[in-house]
Design a binder for this molecule. Structure first.
Ligand SMILES: Cc1cc2nc3c(=O)[nH]c(=O)nc-3n(C[C@H](O)[C@H](O)[C@H](O)COP(=O)(O)OP(=O)(O)OC[C@H]3O[C@@H](n4cnc5c(N)ncnc54)[C@H](O)[C@@H]3O)c2cc1C
Length: 402
């Protein structure tokens, strides 16, 4: 009887898990004995790391032909529940039909989402760049701004949260606004953050570079504060003052997909499930957890994978390989990713490339930007839809770092 692998999610981790699983089955000469099914709303890889960009073309490369080339089946729908004791998942297909899918190994790769705290007006009046449809909604709103009467609020964007996403969105925004409102328009972009500085979570080493870029891009910041309410015409901040703004973009915090809460224990403050070195969920037989839903050690020094594309790519490959390896008797591959880098887009200033967990500055401005463009337009894209190309990059120890 065929063994069945079910993968939830076709993001970076889910896609690579599927390709790595197909490769492992091929390497073991067991392709005919293993069925691999990916369940996700659509057979596309959504380029979440690029959703702060102005142009949203090419943000959802198709995965159908690639999956077909490696013998992976895609089911268009969502997993609603994981019945780990009975080894099946409950699926709601996009057409509303419900079914249970049995598995011999299940891989949870459902990613993360921006946190939406109970701030008054958040749901009604804010935008975000977390998912493709949200970024498209923001883009439609920005394109419509010229149809509104000229005002300070019309020309102002407030970005809530000064982490990676907030900084990338903010530094892109002045040029993006001027392209829409006219090069002479007086535009204003303000980042509001609880922390004492924008980019605080990135540590002290890159902070002067980030602050220089914010200054040059003309981005203001309100630090050690928070947005307490969002209204149609702007935001109220912690001291009771208001910033008039027709556009408010919420970027504060990421949380693991809620399916992770259905299994295991010891979830971290982001809702991620701790995994063993092979990315298995301890105490949950036959379940692997990968990408943004996994809390995985990257090395022996106490570092843990970030909720990042960089880690999701490797985590996916290892989970996919191991799920099949366990079934066909190949040696398991421990997850390890000791090199940590970041490449932060800083709009017209350029980009900042750092190495190490303390983020030593390696490339800035145009040099950093050239690397960011290569990452965003080539490195994180799916391989060509043929088996050889896919398997070439689907080895569990394949790591893409500069
Ligand atoms: C604006 C922005 C900028 C970023 N910049 C960077 C960066 O510069 N560098 C970096 O490394 N990372 C960056 N990230 C983070 C990166 O995008 C994520 O860490 C990465 O997408 C995680 O990959 P994943 O496969 O775990 O999850 P995702 O990419 O979120 O994919 C999750 C998949 O699961 C599917 N899914 C969800 N729920 C279900 C369900 N119930 N059933 C079935 N399928 C489901 C989704 O449709 C999707 O296919 C950025 C993120 C954002 C939003």
């Amino acid at each position: 009887m065929k063994h069945s692998i079910v993968i939830a999610g076709s993001g970076f981790a889910g896609m690579w898990a599927a390709l790595a699983a197909a490769r492992a089955a091929h390497v073991a000469g067991k392709s005919d004995d293993i069925s691999i099914t990916v369940v996700s709303p659509v057979a596309e890889l959504h380029m979440r790391p690029r959703l702060y960009e102005a142009a949203l073309e090419g943000m959802a490369p198709e995965l159908g032909p690639l999956f077909t080339a490696v013998g992976v089946r895609h089911v268009a729908g969502k997993i609603e529940a994981i019945h780990a004791a009975d080894r099946h998942v409950a699926v709601v297909r996009n057409d509303g039909a419900r079914e249970n899918l049995s598995y011999d190994r299940f891989i949870l790769a459902t990613g993360s989402q921006v946190v939406s705290p109970p701030v008054p007006g958040l749901a009604e009046y804010s935008f975000n760049v977390d998912q493709l449809h949200e970024a498209q909604k923001l883009e439609r709103h920005l394109r419509d701004l010229p149809n509104r009467p000229e005002s300070e609020a019309r020309n102002t964007v407030v970005i809530v949260g000064g982490g990676f996403t907030g900084i990338e969105t903010a530094t892109e925004m002045p040029e993006r606004l001027r392209a829409i409102l006219g090069q002479d328009a007086k535009v204003r972009v303000v980042v509001v953050d609880h922390a004492p500085a924008v980019g605080f979570e990135l540590g002290p080493v890159p902070r002067p570079v980030i602050e220089e870029a914010l200054r040059e891009c003309g981005v203001e910041s309100v630090a050690s504060s928070g947005v307490t309410a969002i209204e149609a015409g702007g935001v109220v901040i912690a001291d009771g003052s208001r910033i008039p703004a027709a556009t408010v973009i919420w970027t504060a915090g990421m949380r693991a997909n809620p399916l992770a809460a259905q299994i295991g224990e010891g979830h971290d403050r982001f809702g991620r499930l701790p995994v063993d070195p092979y990315l298995r969920a301890p105490g949950v037989p036959a379940v692997y957890v990968t990408g943004d839903v996994a809390r995985a050690a990257t090395d022996d020094l106490g570092n843990v994978a970030a909720m990042s594309c960089q880690h999701a790519l490797s985590l996916g490959r290892v989970a996919g390989y191991n799920a099949v390896a366990e079934l066909v008797g190949l040696p398991l591959h421990p997850y390890s990713q000791p090199k940590y880098v970041t490449c932060l887009d800083l709009g017209a200033w350029g980009a900042l490339y750092t190495e190490g967990w303390d983020r030593q500055v390696r490339l800035t401005r145009e040099e950093g930007k050239a690397l960011k463009v290569a990452i965003n337009t080539q490195w994180i894209y799916p391989p060509a839809p043929n088996r050889e190309a896919a398997f070439e990059y689907a080895k569990p120890d394949h790591v893409i770092v500069p």
